[in-house]
Design a binder for this molecule. Sequence first.
Ligand code: ATP
Ligand code: MG
Length: 363
Amino acid sequence: MIASLDTTPSDDLGVPAAQRRSAELERQIRERPGRFRALTGDRPTGRLHLGHYFGTLHNRVRLQNLGVDMMVLVADYQVLTDRDVADRLAERVEDLVLDYLAIGIDPRRATIFTHSAIPALNQLLLPFLSLVSVAELSRNPTVKDEITHSRQSAVSGLMFTYPVHQAADILFCKAGLVPVGQDQLPHLEVARTVARRFNKRYGAASEPVFPEPEALLSAAPLLLGTDGAKMSKSRGNAITLAATADETARLIRGAKTDAERHITYDPADRPEVSSLVLLAALCLGRDPHEVAEEIGGRGAAVLKSVVTDAVNGYFAPIRARRAELTRDRTHIRRVLRDGNERAAAVADATLGEVRAAMNGVYY
Ligand code: ATP
Ligand code: MG
């Protein structure tokens, strides 16, 4: 189990424990995939990148294909957590859906939807806010990090309450699995706390209203960007899924490495080099230690050319499919309309249950 928010969060955000738990969950999913519902999402703040792909997107497609019920949220209201205005929102939402479809999310099996179209989901935020303290919100390490990188001079209430909104995203559909990158572990801990406290305060012990959702980490829970910090849409250090082969080559050529010539896979002591090695290994379906050993004393330039070829080879079919899908924008809008309808029905049912549990149905 991940450490609870009630304890002081450790520096590693509970990553090793979450990784062990993910391995156990994978075993249970393989046994009975139909028992699980998963939710994840992305803010429409720019195009999806390789960090998203290997951190969470690949897992979503894999889970969907195994038979897990997959909910994919375009978190449009959360764009405003760290900026005043949601720029080019419609275009960015479409871009996100294009990325989803290109990587293999299948709208006949998965539900793709947007926050702003699901009123009942957002209404859950109010009772949920009453279940967490201001002190708990202020010590959330992901919120602290996002505040550091925020484009705003003052921290808005939306930024501060963002993890509770995310709890509503996960709990409205009673998702038990959340395939995310490691930066999301503290947020997930808030969702677990909200579920637990709601059940304790309002539920019958025999029949909890909400399951406690669990993170499902991938083999690359924190891919680094070209500057050596977490690859991130908003930080100008990302290689997008939709990038051309030439752009990819240029970005990887400029990626930060270190002064040691001999290439090794050592994430703790050589994070930048190791993240590049891991990226090549994931694209090639190989072990990162082996990839590093093969490059050995040939240095960073060879490493970068291996990574570039691996990325361009792996993403060529995805990029081609994306270009093909771009031609039919009406299809994208239809996917969202259908997904929104399905998600709204789920949210209405959960809000009904929540109000009944809170004795809030009186007319
Ligand atoms: P922004 O900079 O706008 O916050 P982001 O790149 O951090 O964008 P999000 O939309 O916040 O992307 O995150 C979407 C999902 O992708 C989350 O599950 C997050 O954990 C995962 N993710 C994002 N960046 C990485 C990364 N570098 N490595 C692994 N997973 C990642
Ligand atoms: Mg982010």
